[in-house]
Design a protein around this ligand. Structure first.
Ligand SMILES: [Ca+2]
Length: 83
């Protein structure tokens, strides 16, 4: 059984999947960063996200880095396997 911290960190994207479809959209990602400072801290991203100060661009760039197949969604199951 995983410790609470291990469940949270592996992967940190799972709790962000608001609609439970197994994929993380950019909107879900930004909502999670805004609503959970501990998530933004783990990912080294801002939790106050604004269009005009570049913080949103940082978050979009991080999201695109996770979106391996450029589908505009991050597949949470793929990120779980680490293979
Ligand atoms: Ca989702």
């Amino acid at each position: 059984m995983l410790a609470e911290s291990e469940r949270w960190f592996s992967p940190p994207v799972a709790p962000m999947d608001c609609n439970g479809d197994g994929e993380l959209s950019l909107t879900e990602f930004i909502v999670a960063l805004r609503g959970h400072p501990e998530v933004s801290a783990v990912l080294k991203l801002p939790h106050v996200i604004r269009q005009e100060d570049g913080s949103r661009d940082l978050c979009v760039s991080a999201f695109n880095d996770m979106d391996d197949d450029n589908s505009n969604f991050v597949d949470i199951l793929m990120n779980n396997c680490n293979c």
